[in-house]
Write a protein that binds this ligand. Structure first.
Ligand code: W6P
Length: 421
């Protein structure tokens, strides 16, 4: 099959979004059998997600789609897709005892594997080589410990090899976000057009990227790191909200001091139950809070001026409800007009960009170990994607002439699936 045929075939299949709860459930133990099943899920799911993105990239306006960096991104997606389909040099264990090979009526657990197989029956026939091990030969009604296989060592070897491949792929895509951003900015400068479809495309693309990196990160962590208390892969089952906010505050204040040459950044007052915790990926929440605090601090400094004797505090309030944990971040930085409010979420305009020096951008990327995204004015829309990824949201309410309230809503139920499109 040609590359295009593979893309067209795979992109016909729906992407299977997982919830935080499912990720934790399937990562509970790190025995070879369970990891093997997760690996097989990824082996089918990742090419589908990548194919969807390749198709999206192919549908961009030609002037944009043919730009240098975007073409390279498309090629990287294609290469990664093919590497996962081919599994070159990776041996898929053929280790099922004969009587388990074709179970007559498997008692499927209500699991994502079940849904996946139902959604993708012909994919399994066309895309997977039937002479190799296939995960639907496994009886999911029993807890999977690896013992039902003849050679758990070969499962372990597959898990290691596959996680190495995924690690290579993840590294290949490290700079995709900023590469896209750069070409989009250049496209905007050239055409002077603000195209809503590009906004939609980028929201979808970056959301997908968050999901793919989450799944890969989770798998690699489960395969290669020893179990830890209160942690499943890269998910913390008891993420302490106050600690995350305090960490983000330190980083944001640090950036603020550097970029405005201040002795002290505006104060940040945090009102949060110190024992409050939830299941979450700490880095995602840190990213969102950090991004909002940076904006609040910047607004405060610019509203009162760098020479001000003192600044009104940025106030953070955290409240736990039945469904949500809500984090409100309030600044008195003068707010913004309703005309500006659509621009805040736009990838095509940048609000921060123009008022900040290149220094600021450099500092942000060097000092904060964030992806080089920050500084392109993509911070807020990306932060919102991180909160939406696990079923939360991020909202801004401006009181023009006074200040801004930002709300991060985190879904405590952890049952909503990745919002993939
Ligand atoms: C502002 C603009 C903004 C964006 C995001 C978060 C806080 C703030 N404050 O003035």
């Amino acid at each position: 099959k040609s590359l295009q045929e593979k893309v067209n075939l795979l992109a016909q299949y729906p992407q299977t979004g997982l919830s935080l709860k499912q990720l934790v459930y399937f990562g509970q133990d790190q025995k070879p059998g369970r990891l093997f099943r997760s690996g097989l899920f990824l082996r089918d799911e990742l090419p589908i997600r990548l194919a969807h993105r390749i198709q999206d990239l192919q549908k961009l306006p030609p002037l944009l789609g043919e730009m240098k960096r975007i073409s390279a991104v498309r090629a990287a997606y294609a290469r990664s897709m093919e590497e996962i389909i081919d599994l070159k040099g990776i041996e898929l264990p053929k280790c099922l005892p004969k009587h388990k090979r074709y179970p007559k009526a498997p008692k499927w657990r209500a699991s994502f594997f079940h849904n996946f197989v139902q959604h993708n029956p012909s994919l399994l026939d066309t895309h997977l080589d039937s002479s190799r091990g296939r995960y639907f030969n496994i009886d999911f009604s029993k807890p999977c410990t690896g013992e039902e296989y003849e050679w758990p060592e070969s499962l372990h070897k597959f898990n290691i090899d596959f996680s190495r491949l995924l690690d290579t792929i993840r590294t290949r895509h490290d700079n995709v976000a900023s590469e896209l951003a750069l070409d989009i900015q250049e496209y905007r400068r050239k055409t002077k057009k603000i195209d809503h479809s590009i906004q939609v495309f980028l929201d979808r693309f970056y959301m997908s990227r968050i999901g793919i990196r989450m799944l890969i990160g989770q798998y690699i962590s489960l395969v290669s790191e020893p179990p830890r208390e209160n942690r499943v892969g890269i998910i913390s089952t008891r993420a302490n909200i106050l600690r995350i906010i305090e960490d983000a505050t330190e980083s944001a204040k640090f950036i603020c001091r550097l970029s405005y040459c201040l002795f002290e950044a505006p104060p940040v007052e945090i009102n949060c139950d110190p024992s409050l915790h939830m299941m979450y990926t700490e880095s995602h929440l840190n990213h969102a809070v950090f991004e909002l605090l940076k904006n609040s601090l910047r607004a405060t400094v610019e509203y009162y001026g760098v020479d001000a004797d003192s600044y009104p505090p940025v106030k953070v309030l955290v409240v736990k409800g039945e469904e949500d944990i809500t984090i409100r971040i309030s600044d008195r930085g003068g707010g913004f007009s309703r005309k500006e409010s659509s621009v805040v979420w736009s990838y095509m305009y940048t609000t921060a960009h123009e008022t900040l020096s290149d220094d600021y951008t450099d500092t942000m990327t060097a000092a904060s170990s964030l992806p080089p995204m920050a500084g392109f004015g993509f911070g807020l829309p990306i932060a919102r994607l991180y909160t939406r990824y696990f079923g939360g949201d991020l909202k801004l309410v401006s009181m023009e002439g006074y200040g801004t309230d930002a709300y991060i809503q985190l879904n405590r139920l952890c049952e909503s699936a990745e919002p993939l499109q």
